[in-house]
Design a protein around this ligand. Structure first.
Ligand code: ADP
Length: 149
């Protein structure tokens, strides 16, 4: 089992797509280990998007991510990191594959609805960056046998 971080960005919140996106992730068979709403501080965004610091669009991305609170999820599943990545689609949403979340619902590079961890290593840093240990839950998912058989 892997855990991965998902953020539903301010465009998902404003466009009333939070439920739709969570439904898609749930229906795939991913288990919700953590779920909350939060405002992202400058400090958290500088750390989270440290690979973008210095890029010309970074200040814009930061203020975009602070327009509204975001919805943070920690999802669990077998190979959850790559599975969620595939469900999201590529960064430039208007070119994202049909069937993916970005491919179905977004047109922009910046406003692409969702963040997800890009590797297991990244996920291991991102999950504790957004969730305290007591905000993550272990419980038996009664459908697991049917999801993974
Ligand atoms: P991803 O979110 O697909 O992993 P990156 O880590 O490269 O992509 O970028 C993080 C986020 O920064 C993107 O999801 C997008 O919101 C924003 N972003 C990336 N590249 C650009 C760009 N060229 N112009 C505006 N925003 C961008």
């Amino acid at each position: 089992m892997e855990r991965t971080l998902v953020l539903l960005k301010p465009d998902a919140v404003q466009r009333d797509l939070v439920g739709e996106i969570i439904t898609r992730l749930e229906r795939k068979g991913l288990k919700i280990a953590g779920l909350k709403m939060m405002r992202l501080s400058d400090e958290l965004l500088n750390e989270h998007y440290s690979h973008l610091v210095g890029r010309s669009f970074f200040p814009e991305v930061k203020s975009f991510m602070q327009l509204t609170p975001v919805v943070a999820l920690c999802l669990e599943g077998v190979e959850a990191v790559d599975t969620v990545r595939a469900l999201c689609g590529i960064t430039k949403a208007r070119e994202a594959a049909p069937g993916t979340i970005r491919g179905e619902f977004a047109m922009s590079v910046q406003a692409n609805l969702i963040h997800c961890s890009d590797s297991l290593e990244t996920a291991k840093a991102e999950v504790p960056r957004f969730f305290k240990a007591e905000e993550l839950f272990e419980y038996k998912d009664i459908l697991e046998t049917y999801v993974y058989n």
